[in-house]
Design a protein around this ligand. Structure first.
Ligand code: FEO
Ligand code: CA
Ligand code: CA
Length: 648
């Protein structure tokens, strides 16, 4: 255990989180004027936080304590762009393509032919719309090799009008290609003289698709609501869909989280009335025909025929990339919602904590604390750690304190008397459990990441253009802006900097937008307006090993006019809040990934949905090949001459 740091000067962090009480019931929302004043006060309070030495994340795989805060962010920022169909990186850096949609992944995969895609071809090739990226060193899970490793990449969703030469009412080949273009790719990659290439013949390479068989584990496995006509046991499911962000466990597995799974399931209005249908409505499954029409070919996507299949989606999936024959596992202990991510950290006592956001307007932030502890000497002992533990949902109080409310059957309102059957029921109806507990309704919580140097947790709330609009819920302290089109970032410090604790303090780290936009109002952790870049719609977060926060945006163009980009930002010391753009995305693309090698000398970024809004016949981007249809892909970024940490 590391000694607790005593150099935390920020008033909001000095408050005794331990004294916050667990209070069940609806939030009391402060009035608008009070919210603004509270927000302004909080912004003043946060200035100058972490001016002392960096603290070590406690225990586990944490970095060694730093003697002094060294940010290393000395790169010359790029110019933001409005219609660039290329990737720009700072002077002294190079970016190169690692792999793109359709490239062969498995040993006998056919070459990409967009005129003839089907399930058989696509299931052996790199999938569409790459999102989360993690790097796993080879030859083994506890290696720190930064020259050869496995990339785990998930494929969030398909865009059939951009993928197929003609698309109207889909054919079965098209549906099968789409199912196969979802899921995950595992590829072996290696660096040769500064250039990363993937090995198309590696035995590690693997495609996991919307059809790959997976095990359902944890409290909800086998529950009647998980049983279907194809799986009476409620423990086996075909595939994973709409994987957004995820994480990497301390034992080297990949976590990938199912987000907007609702869109694949048709005909909710034809389900029998009752708890199951009400829950599907809360999650937004489709009332009538789905836009994708997969139900035309597969009954499991028709809720009238298979009312429980959708209950088998919305989970976090664990995959072992080091064992290409391992079966992916849907870990139900972490609950079912539109999970954005699953970011892990090791607590002081060795318990593992997984943070996640539910990306929907007015939904919640969660964390899961394992019952067992991480065993660094025996990997096998960790492989089912995520099946047992306690799930919590966050309540942010207006005074800067917060509480993690246990999402546990029998506790608080989650009782038999209130209609909750058991923990499986609670997890399958997680959003409704959060409603009952009175958790704080957030502005679309996306990525949640833990700073490896300080232990502070960062939450990206990407935007919420409905906040305070019409009859919708108005602003509160943690979501202080009405019509929040640019989003914000919250930081929280767990009580005692112990990630297993159930109380915390929090503050606003960044109110995004154009710093010159006085109407919307912005805040950059106290950094002066002239030293920061515009930013909108923060989504993916990552930390380098210096504790600098890297922020990828999704939808910045509609928020403030600039193409999506990747930024770096200092989180402590006198430069705290100084936000600089590092990399822009091509036309229509969202900034995904980002992942660093252990030595911090390579950055991987996923370019998702380049040319979004275009069609196969009329593409709006030609990235990455400069001709033809756009192809989502993974790029690496390195310093051009010699080696050096990314950001320097
Ligand atoms: Fe798939 Fe919440 O972004
Ligand atoms: Ca995302
Ligand atoms: Ca997003």
């Amino acid at each position: 255990m590391q000694p607790e740091n005593t150099n935390l000067k920020a008033p909001w962090l000095d408050k005794e989180a331990e004294n916050a009480e667990t209070v069940y019931g609806a939030n009391t929302e402060p009035d608008f004027k009070a919210v603004v004043e509270e927000g302004l006060n909080r912004r003043d309070l946060i200035k100058g936080v972490f001016t002392g030495a960096a603290i070590a994340a406690t225990g586990g795989l944490a970095a060694q304590p730093a003697a002094a805060a060294t940010t290393g962010l000395t790169f010359k920022p790029i110019q933001l762009t409005k219609k660039a169909d290329f990737i720009d990186v700072p002077e002294g850096y190079d970016a190169g393509l690692v792999i793109a949609w359709g490239n062969p992944v498995t040993a006998n995969a056919p070459e990409f032919d967009p005129m003839r895609q089907n399930g058989a071809t696509q299931s052996q090739q790199f999938g569409y719309n790459c999102d989360m990226v993690t790097y796993h060193s080879l030859p083994s899970w506890n290696s720190t090799n930064s020259r050869r490793g496995l990339l785990c990449v998930n494929h969030e969703y398909t865009d059939p009008v951009a993928m197929f030469p003609s698309y109207g009412t889909p054919t079965k080949d098209q549906v099968d290609a789409e199912l196969a273009a979802h899921g995950v790719s595992v590829i072996e990659i290696e660096e040769f003289y500064g250039v990363w290439q993937y090995n198309a013949n590696s035995g590690y390479n693997r495609r996991i698709t919307g059809e790959t068989e997976m095990l359902i584990t944890g409290p909800a496995a086998g529950d009647p609501l998980m049983q279907t006509s194809a799986d009476r046991t409620g423990t086996r499911v075909k595939g994973t869909l709409n994987n957004c962000a995820g994480g990497q466990t301390p034992w080297g597995t990949f976590l990938t989280s199912e987000e907007n799974f609702n869109q694949y399931f048709a005909n909710r209005n034809s389900m029998a009335a009752g708890v199951n249908r009400d829950n599907m409505a809360r999650l937004g499954t489709t009332g009538g025909a789905s836009a994708r029409r997969w139900e035309s070919f597969y009954d499991r996507f028709d809720q009238a025929k298979e009312p429980n299949e959708a209950n088998r989606f919305g989970w976090t999936v664990e995959i072992d990339p080091y064992d290409p024959n391992s079966m992916p596992k849907k870990r139900t202990s972490m609950g079912r919602c539109k999970h954005e991510c699953a970011s892990t950290t090791i607590a002081q006592n060795g318990q593992v904590v997984v943070y996640s956001g539910d990306d929907e307007r007015f939904d919640y932030v969660y964390k899961f604390v394992t019952a067992g502890v991480f065993n660094r000497d025996n990997r096998a002992a960790n492989m089912d750690l995520l099946d047992n533990g306690v799930l919590y949902v966050a309540k942010f109080n207006a005074d800067g304190s917060g509480v993690w409310l246990p999402v546990v059957h029998g506790q608080g309102p989650l009782t038999m008397a209130n209609g909750w059957r058991n923990q499986a029921d609670v997890l399958i109806r997680l959003r409704q459990a959060g409603d009952a507990l009175g958790a704080t309704r957030m502005d679309r919580p996306e990525d949640v990441e833990v700073n490896p140097v300080t232990g502070i947790v960062y939450i990206a709330c990407t935007n919420n253009t409905q906040r305070g609009v019409g009859a919708a819920l108005g602003p509160d302290a943690a979501n202080p802006r009405a019509n929040n089109r640019s989003g914000h970032i919250i930081e929280i410090k767990e009580a005692g900097n112990d990630h297993t604790r159930t109380t915390f303090n929090w503050g606003i780290f960044m109110l995004c937008g154009d710093p010159d936009d006085k109407a919307q109002g912005t805040y950059f952790a106290g950094a002066p307006r002239e030293k920061v870049s515009p930013i909108g719609a923060p989504d993916m977060l990552a930390f380098d090993n210096q504790g600098n926060l890297w922020i990828g945006t999704d939808g910045m163009q509609s928020a403030i006019g600039w193409q999506d980009a990747l930024y770096a930002c200092v989180t402590e010391g006198p430069e705290r809040g100084t936000l600089m753009p590092f990399m822009n995305m091509p036309i229509g693309a969202e900034t995904c990934g980002p992942a660093f090698t252990p030595d911090n000398e390579t950055l991987f970024v996923a370019v998702q949905h380049p040319g979004e809004g275009g069609t196969f016949a009329a593409p709006t981007s030609n990235w990455p090949y400069g001709t033809g249809i756009p192809r989502p892909g993974i790029v690496f970024v390195k310093k051009s001459w010699g080696r050096g940490p990314i950001g320097s």
